[in-house]
Design a binder for this molecule. Structure first.
Ligand SMILES: [Zn+2]
Ligand SMILES: [Zn+2]
Length: 300
């Protein structure tokens, strides 16, 4: 089976350029932002010409639109007990789903945000209601996916029980429109032992699957700059952080990674990218070579 391996390339020059960079690295999936991630983007739409250019670039790269993952804006705090923040996050997430749907991507993942001064259970329910609002507002098949978090402060989504409570707010007939994904750096930082042995890694995945009732819909493959249980979210290149290379090989050998997007969000060598440069970042090229070697996916 064709493995879905990719990264979140630079979108300097637009999302079509991100797709071209993914193609240059032989990726079979990629992650993008559909609007600047540090803004709410409640009003940002998706122009038909932009979608057309993106699809053209994907076709050249040999990537199916339905294998693309969108990452929602970081500022959306769907867990917030503050009325104004929660309302903006609600509108913002529905808009994320609208843009994700417009480009024909598989789904959009988001960080549930922080409970702030409120209680965690109420926050998880608010997150779930925000998901429900988005999928009820926009009929279709595109998914809204919760990403597990590193667990700093009152951030939600570090434990499978919290994610399960979020997803439980979505009625059964719309349940296929949502789901969750796991970021390895966030798992490790949140104190889920994915690194000491293959059995331990499998145990963590089993627990998420059992508690939530389904396997993850995507993985983010990131090593961690900070130690186990640090609750700090700083990504490192695979093998250059506290997780090391073996756990990534174990993970990619787990059947739960076989058919879902596995996306690198590891540091790039070049922060500045020319808008018209379709070349992949050299760090992404090195990481993709590792993923291909570990999955037997062959050369690009
Ligand atoms: Zn994320
Ligand atoms: Zn992270």
């Amino acid at each position: 089976m064709r493995r879905l391996l990719g990264s979140h390339p630079s979108d300097a020059g637009g999302i079509a350029m991100a797709a071209r960079r993914a193609g240059s690295a032989g990726m079979t999936t990629l992650q993008i932002f559909t609007a600047p991630p540090t803004y709410y983007g409640e009003k940002a739409g998706m122009k038909a010409e932009k979608v057309a250019r993106f699809h053209e670039a994907l076709a050249t790269a040999g990537i199916m639109p339905g294998d693309v993952l969108v990452h929602a804006a970081y500022v959306l705090n769907t867990a917030s007990p503050e009325e104004e923040k929660a309302t903006r996050a609600r509108t913002g997430l529905a808009k994320e789903l609208e843009r994700t749907q417009a480009i024909g991507a598989r789904g959009c993942c988001f960080h549930p945000g922080s409970a702030g001064t409120g209680n965690a259970e109420a926050a998880a329910i608010r997150v779930g209601e925000t998901i429900r609002h988005a999928v009820q507002t926009l009929p279709g098949t595109t998914r809204v996916l919760v990403e597990n978090t590193a667990g700093a402060g009152k951030t939600m989504g570090r434990a499978p029980e919290e994610i399960a409570l979020m997803l439980a707010q979505v009625p059964a007939e719309l349940r296929h429109r949502t789901g969750y994904g796991l970021d390895t750096c966030h798992l490790f930082a949140a104190g889920h032992d994915i690194a000491s042995s293959e059995a331990s890694l499998r145990g963590v995945l089993d627990r998420f699957e059992q508690v939530i009732g389904e396997p993850p819909a995507f993985f983010h493959l990131n090593d961690s700059q900070h130690p186990f249980g640090s609750n700090k979210d700083r990504h490192a290149l695979l093998g250059e952080g506290a997780i090391g290379t073996l756990p990534f090989q174990w993970l990619l050998a787990d059947p739960r990674t076989a058919a879902v997007p596995c996306i690198l969000e590891t540091p790039h060598d070049y922060a500045e990218v020319e808008e018209e440069d379709p070349g992949a970042d050299s760090a992404d090229l090195r990481m993709m070579a590792l993923l291909r070697a570990w999955t037997g996916a062959g050369a690009a």
